[in-house]
Design a protein around this ligand. Structure first.
Ligand code: ATP
Ligand code: MG
Ligand code: MG
Length: 546
């Protein structure tokens, strides 16, 4: 879980607060609704919502919807849902587009005070004005910068009224080209866009404000006290402050925190889309991806990842203490125990936490064990089942000793093992999981491994699509799970830890358990009434399954 003391009481975010130690902290999380949020956004959410919450303040969820060409309705709902899933409640949901008129009026004000002009230059020309390649030539302004205020106003209104085509003209801030910071070199404030209707304002507007013009002003309108963004905006801080100051509006304080980067995967929307389109993954929520809907589907609890760079370890540590244990067999092979009878066992859901309770499991004369726990030939350094060798069965009355086995000639696979109880052996060297024939059921278990072979798929020769791990999804179609599963399902969401269960409610992914000696699993949304599909959330130990 996020540790507010560690995150906000010390270090960078504590310093940010001390720079402006106000009573009513107001922050915002400002996603552009142009895709599903990913694990990096979870950090942004934790920082912005967490900071305000820690100081008793509030947070706006602001959709930064100023680019109709890239934004889609479906993302609005997905983003809201994910924020809620992470356990945060927006103070208000707002839209940058709600301020289009206000922003427009301020653009006219900026023109009126001589700090904006309508420019007709093309990209190549603008590059030269800004110093050209590597800043080889001196920076200069075009003649449009010398237009009169009246002229600029008239031209800006022409832009608004559709008298220009896209790219023919744009509104430019008149900043300070002698400043060493490129964010001061007369940035664009408004562009013409007439091809796509805006999802909220339809065809009302033919001009749209840029990020540099919009963001600081929307922060100001909402009385944001601390505007927290990622470090690639450090240079933008200067233009952010310049615009608010120039227009004499309330000035929020922008500060920048480190972006979260995850190796071994891709986060870019364009690249994920490629994986989806080429059917390399199931969809945007494929458990191998690191979008938040994928992480959720995989069964990762929303409060389970604070130290995100040690993502899996922290999930494991959390699940270890909070979810029940069950016995499950991925690749079953039957063991017929000649001298066994059916008995009912009372098995605790957790070896350490009696509060989790226990459930009944039937031990039957035939049990299934995992193929990997049997060897046709014994050896000295091997401690599981083999002919003549004994192994313990978890919770069962006695260890068993294999007496013989049968094999399918065609496939070479063992089809049945015969065994007897080894009543002399008090304690076996190893105890393995098993599943009886009564009450157990067949399930599909999906094991997800890294989607890519290397840590930096983007740098791979031939691009990230050439770096795919062919073993990224391994499916066991005939896995078997014990009868305790029904109770685990009934009592979901897991973990049941006080107060937290509310967040994980609803989805099948909140049915979580540890399959003893196998891995942590959660129920997948592909499950139906007659077929259970499981996702591996994480392995039991760090390197397993890599
Ligand atoms: P991407 O390009 O990956 O889609 P983005 O920055 O375009 O990311 P936005 O919707 O604009 O996505 O982001 C909303 C907020 O989330 C911004 O404040 C942004 O700085 C923050 N954010 C995005 N990616 C990360 C990341 N990897 N780590 C931390 N914060 C991030
Ligand atoms: Mg983006
Ligand atoms: Mg963005």
């Amino acid at each position: 879980p996020i540790d507010p003391e560690a995150m906000f009481k010390q270090g960078f975010l504590d310093d940010v607060y001390k720079e402006r130690p106000v009573k009513n902290v107001i922050t915002r999380f400002p996603p552009e609704p142009n895709g599903y949020l990913h694990i990096g956004h979870a950090k942004a959410i934790a920082v912005n919502f967490g900071f305000a919450k820690y100081h008793g303040g509030v947070t706006y969820l602001r959709f930064d919807d100023t680019n109709p060409e890239k934004e889609e309705e479906k993302y609005f709902d997905a983003i809201q849902e994910v924020v809620k899933w992470l356990g945060f409640e927006p103070y208000k949901i707002t839209y940058s587009s709600d301020n289009f008129q206000k922003l427009y009026d301020l653009a006219e004000k900026l023109i009126n005070i001589g700090k904006a002009y309508v420019c007709y230059c093309e990209d190549t020309e603008i590059k030269l004005q800004r110093g050209g390649e590597k800043g080889a030539n001196p920076r200069y302004r075009c003649k449009h910068a010398d237009q009169t205020t009246e002229d600029n106003l008239a031209k800006f209104r022409d832009m608004r009224d559709g008298k220009y085509k896209p790219r023919e003209a744009f509104l430019r801030m008149k900043q300070d080209i002698t400043d060493g910071n490129p964010q001061m070199w007369d940035l664009a404030a408004y562009r013409i866009k007439t091809d796509t209707p805006h999802h909220r304002t339809g065809w009302d507007w033919k001009i749209y404000p840029t990020y540099d013009f919009t963001h600081c002003l929307c922060d100001s309108f909402e009385d944001i006290t601390h505007s927290l963004c990622t470090t690639e905006f450090i240079l933008s801080r200067v233009s952010y402050e310049w615009l608010n100051k120039s227009l004499e509006v309330y000035e929020p304080m922008q500060r920048e925190y480190g972006r979260l980067n995850l190796t071994g995967t891709v986060l870019s929307k364009r690249k994920i889309l490629k994986l989806v389109e080429e059917k390399i993954v199931r969809d945007w929520d494929d458990p191998r991806l690191y979008t938040l809907i994928a992480i959720r589907r995989r069964g990762v609890p929303p409060w389970g990842h604070s130290g995100i760079h040690r993502f899996e370890q922290s999930i494991r540590k959390y699940l270890e203490k909070t979810v029940p244990r069950l016995m499950m067999i991925l690749d079953p092979v039957p063991v017929v125990i000649d001298d066994a009878e059916e008995i009912e066992l009372d098995v605790p859901f957790s070896p350490k936490d009696p509060k989790m309770g226990s459930h009944k499991v039937k031990f039957t004369p035939t049990v299934y064990i995992d193929r990997s726990d049997f060897r046709e030939e014994d050896s000295k350094d091997y401690f599981r089942l083999a002919p003549g060798k004994s192994v313990g069965l978890l919770h069962a009355p006695y260890p068993i000793k294999a007496t013989s086995f049968t094999k399918d000639e065609a496939t070479g696979k063992v089809t049945e093992i015969r065994a007897v109880f080894d009543k002399e052996l008090k304690k076996a060297k190893t105890y393995i999981q098993w599943v009886g024939t009564a009450g157990s059921r067949k399930v599909e278990a999906r094991i997800h491994n890294a989607l890519f072979k290397s840590e930096k798929p983007e740098d791979a020769e031939g691009g990230f699509l050439k770096d795919l791990n062919p073993e990224s999804e391994v499916i066991y179609h005939d896995a078997l799970i014990e009868s305790g599963f029904d109770e685990v399902k009934r009592r979901a969401p897991w973990p049941e830890a006080a107060g937290e269960s509310e967040l994980g409610k609803g989805g099948p992914e909140s049915i979580r358990f540890q399959a003893l000696r196998v891995a942590y699993f959660a129920v997948d949304s592909d499950s139906t009434d007659d077929k259970i599909v499981l996702n591996r959330i994480v392995s039991l130990k760090e390197d397993a399954g890599k």
